[in-house]
Design a protein around this ligand. Sequence first.
Ligand code: GLP
Length: 251
Amino acid sequence: MKKVQIGSQEALVGEVDELCRALADEVEALLKSRAGEGKPAVLGLATGSTPLPFYAELIRRHREEGLSFANVISFNLDEYEGLGRDHERSYWCEMWKNLFDHVDVKPENVNVPPSVAENPDQAAAEYEAAIQAAGGIDWQLLGIGGEGHIGFNEKGSSAESRTRRVTLARKTIVDAAPGFGGEENVPTHAITMGVATILEAKRVVLMARGASKKEIVHRAISGEVGPDVPASFLQKHGNVGWFLDDDAAGS
Ligand code: GLP
């Protein structure tokens, strides 16, 4: 793994395994220091294919090294509207399948925006309030969408945006279609943490893998900061980490 300067930002570039170990080291250090203080660690977590090997590394550390998640409060970034928790493509289901079912997190400490809510605007406001009530997010993991979205903050999302109901971009729906057996089955709306919500996390890490992400990753890291590429707002965060495999970095 090496440090690579891209524009004003420093990225960590290497093999996926190395990146996942470095990310897991950050989480492990946080969990241990919070346990020492007798306080919970608040993790912001992401779905998508990108973080899967990182979650596998956390599970391995839990099983083989006894890393405990009993002191974790988690908030996921986003959730599709209308699927319901039991739907296998819901982010609720994906998170349990890929992480929570395999570690000792307390179910009552797991938070994912509701997929079905009588009043989505109110549900979004309550989610935002729950993050504040937990003391804010200590460590936020992000992937990046094909057009530079973080969570479901699509192109056009402002730096002041908060947790809210959003309409998914065409590209997001096309990218998600294979997992849903066709575009017509992909939800058109979601609830997502806002850009401002994400930027308030004490530490933010963005992980990107694969050549298909290379161009958008570079626009996010060294392009103009603004709503055209919502991930670019991270350039303004004082404690951001960019974790890129060689293909995403283009090195
Ligand atoms: C979805 C999620 C994002 C994720 C993105 C990229 O849109 N809402 O949080 O970063 O997909 O997914 P992948 O990691 O599979 O490329």
